[in-house]
Design a protein around this ligand. Structure first.
Ligand SMILES: Cc1cc2nc3c(=O)[nH]c(=O)nc-3n(C[C@H](O)[C@H](O)[C@H](O)COP(=O)(O)OP(=O)(O)OC[C@H]3O[C@@H](n4cnc5c(N)ncnc54)[C@H](O)[C@@H]3O)c2cc1C
Length: 377
């Protein structure tokens, strides 16, 4: 279920290993392949596609020549990066999705777009995906397994009986104004400032994504274009090329985990199972981890009749998910507390700044921060 990053990755991994599957997607192909979100793939993701023989998805077109880094109260804070260990690449999420779909379809895979599916008998040994085709005929697909890769608002998790899963969540005290602007992506950086966090990240060669920490109760109308640019420049501490603003939305920062990540023969992957705040830039990473874990497990079951990996699917993924939730919560609080003291106070701000300085002096942490400045959508 779902032709996003998780669904298409599972589809490709399974097909290449002789396991039949059909991908069902609620939206039109054009919509899915134009949806802008993340902009990079981290080192693990790059290595994953290479290992599974899908290196061709990594060629995302010309990477923007980028300058930048971290700014604290308007002053640049350079970080040293061990480039040998950092293979993360710029690749807009929609380009990754388009390439994965192209490969899947070219190799004979089947994606049915614009289908409104209901799932039946999810507790049984042969759950059914049912929808009406364009001619009004009912199509029913009997499934051995259903991979719910249909995001946080998809139908898969909603089909699991209430009470079967536990939902753990955390809402942060601040939100982000997320802006897409038609300015060439020449600067990538995060600015920590008493006015609040700001981020400027290239989106391809023509556009940039701007993030501005704002209040949870803010609305887009409180952020006219002029205010966006003024605030960004104030937080980064330099004037930047201004351009047309293409879209604006308020993004609430939250963390969510559903446990277990399966029910009967239905398995949850990616955003259908968990959400990490965008500050961590790890949504794609987690979707790919689930996709690989699930694909390996199904292949072991289908090829060798070995159910062990499927039985362990939820536990394996949740172990990884909670590690990344820990990272995401830490980095999100650290970056916000080091700037605006209005929520947690001046003491926490000084502690966060000391922690940041310590991180910048550590080689291992520098890789994380380097991936972050390129990885936030
Ligand atoms: C504004 C924004 C910025 C982000 N920035 C980053 C970032 O910088 N780095 C990062 O790693 N992650 C980022 N993320 C998170 C990342 O985009 C997600 O974690 C990732 O897309 C999860 O992949 P997925 O395949 O699980 O879900 P999706 O990519 O959401 O795919 C789900 C698919 O299921 C389809 N679907 C939904 N309902 C149904 C249904 N009923 N039936 C069939 N199909 C259905 C959807 O149309 C969609 O195609 C960002 C997210 C947002 C919203």
């Amino acid at each position: 279920m779902g032709a996003g990053v998780a669904g298409l990755t599972v589809g490709n991994f399974l097909r290449r290993n002789g396991v039949d599957c059909i991908i069902l997607e609620r939206r039109a192909r054009e919509y899915v392949e134009a949806r802008q979100r993340a902009g990079t793939l981290d080192t693990r993701g790059v290595r994953l596609f290479r290992e599974w023989g899908l290196a061709e998805v990594l060629d995302g077109g010309p990477a923007p020549e980028v300058e930048g880094g971290f700014f604290i109260d308007g002053h640049p804070m350079p970080i040293e990066v061990d480039e040998d260990d950092n293979e993360s690449i710029f690749i807009p999420q929609q380009v990754l999705v388009r390439r994965l779909a192209d490969i899947f379809l070219t190799e004979g895979g089947e994606i049915r777009y614009e289908v409104d599916v209901t799932l039946e008998d999810v507790a049984g040994s042969s759950p059914v995906a049912r929808y009406q085709d364009r001619a009004g005929a009912t199509v029913a697909i009997g499934c051995d397994y259903i991979a719910g890769c249909d995001g946080d608002r998809g139908v898969t998790r909603a089909s699991i009986p209430a009470g079967a899963l536990t939902r753990y969540s955390h809402e942060f005290k601040y939100s982000w104004l997320s802006v897409l602007a038609a300015v060439p992506g020449k600067t990538a950086g995060m600015a920590i400032h008493t006015r609040g966090l700001a981020g400027l990240i290239p989106r391809g060669t023509e556009n940039s994504r701007i993030y501005l920490q704002c209040l949870n109760e803010d609305t887009v109308t409180q952020w006219p274009d002029e205010r966006v640019w003024d605030e960004l420049e104030a937080r980064v501490g330099q004037s930047l090329g201004r351009g047309e603003i293409l879209s604006k939305e308020i993004v609430a920062l939250r963390s969510v985990v559903h446990d277990p990540m399966c029910y009967g023969r239905v398995y949850l992957l990616g955003d259908a199972a968990h959400i990490v705040p965008p500050m961590s830039a790890k949504g794609i990473h987690l979707a790919l981890f689930d996709a690989e874990t699930f694909a390996k497990a199904v292949i072991a079951q289908v090829r060798d009749g070995d159910p062990g990996l499927l039985d362990a699917y939820s536990e394996t993924c949740l172990h990884h998910v909670w590690n990344y939730q820990a990272f995401a919560t830490w980095i999100t609080d650290l970056m916000h507390n080091a700037g605006d003291p209005s929520l947690e106070g001046e003491f926490r701000k000084q502690v966060a700044r000391a922690e940041l300085r310590r991180q910048f002096e550590s080689e291992a942490a520098n890789r994380v921060f380097s991936e972050l400045t390129s990885g936030i959508a």
